[in-house]
Structures are given as structure tokens and as C-alpha cells.
Design a protein around this ligand. Structure first.
Ligand SMILES: *Cc1c(COP(=O)(O)O)cnc(C)c1O
Length: 359
């Protein structure tokens, strides 16, 4: 029996996709071997690769003047590759220090070059995102890095800033779940494992004209332009993750694409926030209402003991991975693209039952 898996990442995937993968795993489309046993230069794999690239572009509505890269090293390697590729002599990088991931991105950028916090959410306990007028952009700033959704703290940028410098976005936990204003972004990146597929793949979208200006005095894997020149086949790509992501993108396309995912996320997270708001104080969200994540709903009961009991009893009912991140505690329900409506309904139902029994 499959459970309702609210894991923050890697995430639940569509059952249809898993079943297709199972059916193709041993003998890929009559080739007599598995895709994961093939050369990445084989025509079979090349077709899978090209299809995943073109689906990512069409489903996420990526403009024609952007290059899509399939890389390894997760979103974490991009914390380094963004400043390494983009920062020139005398330039610095601004970061919104909005939570665990924004903090991590700034730390890695500062290990490489001149990087600073344009806003710091730590004094407010990472419970909200900055307002536009709170961002302090210094001279010679090459880009402003934003984390669209802080996966651990459960906060999201309801709209993206327009600070007068290009944006770089870590979209990991909202990838292909919300439309974005592409014209403001030089680079968008994210790991696939939160919304789009298995771990091992990061997708990076770079403005193509920048590739002529990025640093080239670097080892090859670190160079965006080198990956772009080979269509992300400079070395062996994470073939299995790309293949599964292609199927997930096809599934998203069938449901109506990124706009449909955004509506679905708003509706489903809204159902859980409603259950919190109508619980007469039994459940609480620590997050400012305007910045509540549509993907990672973070909440608490009246006590740590009840939080633990909630997680344990939910598990008994087939609702798993609801424990908050170890750094913040509480409860977190990650409702990514592939979470089913039944899973969300079951969670809301369980929240009511648990409150009635313990309130
Ligand atoms: C999970 C996550 C990361 C780290 O991703 P990896 O692929 O594990 O490196 C970075 N940023 C955000 C917003 C995340 O949710």
C-alpha cells in the first residue's frame, strides 16, 4: 500500500510515473537493456535527454533566449557556481537572507567573493520575507539572490522584487509550481528532488547572452558555458533522474502546466491553513499570513509532546514524514506537485480528529 508522503525532499512522485518507470526499467522500449545500463551517447538516451530539455522549457514557459542546463551537485553546488560564473572584478553580490537556504547561499558566495545580505530575516526568526523597500542594494551589485520559498521555515515570496539589478533565484522547492517573471532573472536554479523527480539532478536556467561573458578560467565542470556548449552532455549526466523528470514534466503538462500547478498549490495549502485558522488556537502557524508557503506548511500544536504525538498517530494512519525539520521542530506538511488531493484531504481530516481528541 502506498502512504501519503509529505516528505520535504526527496518528494512523493506521481504513481503513474513510477509505474511507467517500473514497466520500462528492465527492457527500455525494446532495446533489451535498461536505460540506466546504456551509454549516454546512445540514440535512445539522447532522445530522452532532448525530450526532458524541451518539456522543461515548454512546461515552465522558459523563454527562447535562455539556456537550460542539467547538472549534478544539487542546488548546493549552484550556491557556488552562481558567484563563480557571474561575479566579475570589482562586483559584489546581494543576498536575501530569508532562511536556512538563503543563509547557505550567502555563506557559499561569501567564501568565493564579495557577498552581502541585502536583508536579513534572522532578527524576525525567519517568519516573513522582506518588503521591496527593505532591500538595501549597494553600488556595484551584480545580482540579487532570492530563495523563492524557504523549505524549512515555510515562507515564500508572494511576489518577486524588482530591485534594479538582475535576480538570481533558488526555486528548488517551488520548481515548475509557480510562473515567474523571467525578464527579471539572469539565473534560476533548483534541485529536481522537491517537485520534479529523484535526487541527483539540478536544473539551471541561464540567460544565453551571459554565457559569452561568464568566467572561463575555470575547471570545466564549473563553467556554465562549457555545459551549454555540449547540451549538458559534457560528461555523463544523471541519466535516470533526467529520464524520470521528463515523465513528471509530461504529467504536469497533462494537468495544465505551471499555472495549473500554482492554482493547485494555493488551493491545497489553503485547505491546510484553513484547518489551522479554524482550530480555535489549537494549531498555530509561526509564519506571517502574507508569506505563507504554498509548498511547505509549517505549524504547531500547543506543545512539543502533542507535536510528537501528532506525527506518530498520523503515521499510523498512513500520513508520513510530517515531522518538522530538526532545526525548527514542530510539524511540516510538504505538499509538492505530486501530492494527491486525497492526501491533503486525509491530512485535513486527521487534523480535525486529532484536535477533537486532544484540544
Ligand atoms: C533542498 C533545498 C536546497 C538544497 O538542495 P540540494 O539539491 O540538496 O543541494 C537548496 N535550496 C532550497 C530552497 C531547498 O529547498
Amino acid at each position: 500500500m502506498r502512504v501519503h508522503n509529505f516528505c520535504a525532499g526527496p518528494c512523493t512522485l506521481p504513481l503513474e510515473v513510477l509505474e511507467e518507470v517500473r514497466d520500462e526499467l528492465v527492457d527500455f522500449r525494446g532495446s533489451g537493456m535498461s536505460l540506466i545500463e546504456m551509454s549516454h551517447r546512445s540514440p535512445e538516451y539522447e532522445a530522452v535527454h532532448e525530450e526532458a530539455l524541451s518539456l522543461f522549457r515548454s512546461v515552465f514557459v522558459v523563454p527562447a533566449d535562455r539556456t537550460i542546463l542539467f547538472l549534478q551537485g544539487g542546488a548546493t553546488l549552484q550556491f557556488a557556481l552562481v558567484p563563480i560564473n557571474l561575479l566579475g572584478e570589482g562586483q559584489r553580490a546581494a543576498y536575501v537572507r530569508s532562511g536556512t537556504w538563503g543563509k547557505g547561499a550567502l555563506k557559499d558566495a561569501a567564501a568565493w567573493g564579495d557577498a552581502y545580505a541585502a536583508w536579513d530575516g534572522e532578527p524576525v526568526g525567519f517568519t516573513r520575507m522582506p518588503q521591496a523597500h527593505e532591500l538595501e542594494i549597494r553600488t556595484d551589485t551584480r545580482y540579487l539572490h532570492v530563495t523563492s520559498n524557504e523549505t524549512i521555515e515555510g515562507i515564500r515570496m508572494a511576489s518577486f522584487p524588482d530591485p534594479g539589478v538582475p535576480l538570481v533565484g533558488d526555486l528548488s522547492s517551488e520548481y515548475v509550481s509557480r510562473p515567474i517573471p523571467w525578464e527579471r532573472f539572469d539565473v534560476v536554479y533548483g534541485g529536481a528532488q522537491k517537485n520534479l523527480g529523484p535526487a541527483g539532478l539540478a536544473v539551471v536556467v541561464v540567460r544565453t547572452d551571459l554565457l559569452e561573458r561568464v568566467r572561463t578560467d575555470l575547471p570545466s565542470y564549473l563553467r556554465y558555458d562549457a555545459h551549454a556548449a555540449k547540451d549538458s552532455l559534457m560528461n555523463t549526466p544523471p541519466m535516470f533522474a533526467i529520464y524520470v523528470m521528463g515523465k513528471v514534466l509530461r504529467w504536469i503538462e497533462g494537468l495544465g502546466g505551471v499555472e495549473a500547478m500554482a492554482e493547485r498549490a494555493e488551493r491545497r495549502s489553503g485547505a491546510v491553513y484553513d484547518a489551522i485558522e479554524t482550530s480555535e488556537g489549537f494549531y498555530r502557524s509561526p509564519v506571517d499570513a502574507a508569506d505563507r508557503s504554498h509548498m511547505n506548511v509549517v505549524f504547531r500544536t500547543p506543545s512539543d509532546d502533542l507535536d510528537a504525538a501528532f506525527v506518530k498517530e498520523a503515521e499510523g494512519g498512513g500520513l508520513v514524514n510530517l515531522k518538522g525539520h530538526r532545526s525548527v521542530g514542530g510539524i511540516r506538511a510538504s505538499i509538492y506537485n505530486a501530492m494527491t488531493d486525497e492526501g491533503v484531504d486525509a491530512l485535513v481530516g486527521f487534523m480535525g480528529t486529532f484536535r477533537d481528541a486532544n484540544g
